[in-house]
Design a protein around this ligand. Sequence first.
Ligand code: NAG
Ligand code: NAG
Ligand code: NAG
Ligand code: NAG
Ligand code: NAG
Length: 659
Amino acid sequence: MRLLFIPLLVSFTFLAAHATSAETSQTTQTEQSRNPGPVPYRVQKPPLDTPWTYTVGTNPWPQHPRPQLRRDDAWQNLNGIWTYQPAASASASAAPATPPATPPAGELEREVLVPSCIESGLSGIQARNVTRMWFARKFSVPASWEGRSVVVHFDAVDYEATVFVNGGEVGSHVGGYDRFTVDVTRSVEFGGENDLLVFVHDPTDMPPYVNPVGKQKSTPSHIWYTPCSGIWQTVWMESVPSNHITRLDISGDMNGTVTMTAHGSTNQSTPVEVSVLGPNGGVLATASSLSDGPFSFAVPSPILWSPSSPALYSVRVKMGDDEVSSYTGFRSISMGVVEGVKRPMLNGEFVFLLGTLDQGYWPDGIYTPPSHEAMRYDLQVLKELGFNMLRKHIKVEPDLFYEACDRMGIMVVQDMPSLPDDTERRPPDAMQQDEFQRQLEAMVDNHKSHPSIVAWVLFNEGWGQLRHPPWFEARLTPVVRALDPTRLINAVSGWFDHGFGDFSDNHHYPTPQCGTPFATPPSSAYDARRIGFQGEFGGIGLNVSIEHLWNVPEAIATINQTYELAADRAAYNARSRELFGMLRSQVEQYACSGGVWTQTSDVEGEVNGLLTYDRRLLRPEVAQWKEDTRSVYEAAAARGGWGGGDGLRGGVRHQQPLG
Ligand SMILES: *[C@@H]1O[C@H](CO)[C@@H](O)[C@H](O)[C@H]1NC(C)=O
Ligand SMILES: *[C@@H]1O[C@H](CO)[C@@H](O)[C@H](O)[C@H]1NC(C)=O
Ligand SMILES: *[C@@H]1O[C@H](CO)[C@@H](O)[C@H](O)[C@H]1NC(C)=O
Ligand SMILES: *[C@@H]1O[C@H](CO)[C@@H](O)[C@H](O)[C@H]1NC(C)=O
Ligand SMILES: *[C@@H]1O[C@H](CO)[C@@H](O)[C@H](O)[C@H]1NC(C)=O
């Protein structure tokens, strides 16, 4: 059966990659016998690897991690080999999130790769059920940075972190999906070596914790997966003026209006100058204003951003002594009425949102994609099959993921990572609701400058959604609307809809019920006041050979829970064609405005991906799927939507203005 599959686009690197890895581990072992100290780093063999597992090496994620707020000359990546050890359990009187009173003396026990989840093979640890842990490394601050501030950014640490520099506490953070920054200026020695020590507490879903966890589960089974703990996104350091830009909110609309807020570290209403650059670096528009408040200006006749023309424009911003580069795209998202039906509108026209459920799990890295190339590979596959959207499912990715979607032209429906699913037994209490809201606001604020993101999803299938009024989504929908009026809100993707937000979203397997006057409870029939959407459907499984499975007996034993398993690849593709045909007929007959096929890749005991979990096999027959996705867009075009191969008018592909 394997021979029938279309080989992976990147397969040319496989053999070379494996050879390199074997050599690397041998060297590491030799060094271990020479030097006592922490157990040296070595990739642990995960239950399944990917083409990238053994190419990661010890310099992971070297790219500048924040494409929309760059200071190219004054940053250092702190990823790489750190040390790690589990921390003692909390004393009876101390909160588990509180670090032990005495940080460990001397070196920690083992080397670890940062960024990684300690549960992953790539971490070099592959531990389970460690809830309290230490991470450490040394770092040098260039002498030339003296006189300016030094900030250390943690792009994501799951779940609570306390940071120490040279023995003193410099900051702490709660939340596994949003970045935080600590100002270490007064703690570091310029031109010398410094100690960075991080204490992490991550209880995942263990009672009494009701935290945003997404699909992480301390006891994984079928649709619930291995948790991620620790420093799972890039750590980096910057030299900045004491009054510097901490966040740049920037959006461009279809009329060429740029709206921007430069948030300064001191709230001093500092003068801000901004310029928008054209494809050849020429200045198209400039504006001046003050920091810490919104201002707008016009760019004449920009090329609009859309999936078929993902035009982006470079932006330079000066605030006092600080100077950063960024980018934006010009597009408007709204809800409109086309031929009597509520529709999602991109740049004033009905755009059919056709995507996949995109979970962002990796067998070797769990939450951390093995590399930028691996992360982009999934997106290339979606683009190739004709999808114009993905639903980023109850996980938040590194900024470079959204940048890739901005550049490649993939609309993103972004979910808030959900609370644990046992909401009937453990509904979030008042404090847990407040914390969920705080982290939701952080997700929106930190990502709202990406043109690719078109909608925010607050709840999935009732997980963490209160079962009684006042409805939790009634409180959160206006909060998100106020933070970001430029996008749509899907308050409830699947199940318990109480009329909030812009979507009437049904989940149903395998057949769609999209914008239809019928539904299977607990989803409800289409509500004509909002956009009819199929937040999940499909999910046809195809159990391939053992070498492409997450080789964990408990996971393999759950494969029989798949809604529908196809006997072979031909049956998988025939059945998929039927389901796309049903979606198309619902576009023709009812009020269907978008659909999400489950899912981009297999995950652990789920074998219903377009790609296997290792990304080595692609189940779809590419030519057939291209036809099927196109036929859905054509059905939408017949209802007043955009036509063309990816749901957009015209076949013109503009030159991308930004490199
Ligand atoms: C982790 O802890 C959970 C909950 O206590 C337990 O069910 C599970 O077996 C543990 N997993 C491992 C790998 O030890
Ligand atoms: C763009 O301009 C048109 C025509 O003036 C107006 O109707 C529309 O609301 C504007 N769109 C946005 C997003 O401002
Ligand atoms: C800046 O203003 C914001 C909002 O008013 C506030 O939360 C923050 O603490 C202020 N920061 C400084 C450094 O004053
Ligand atoms: C799946 O298989 C397991 C044994 O591996 C069995 O216990 C379980 O009942 C089966 N579940 C279904 C839904 O068939
Ligand atoms: C899936 O394939 C694996 C490996 O061949 C096998 O062990 C397992 O029983 C299969 N499960 C189902 C439900 O087909």
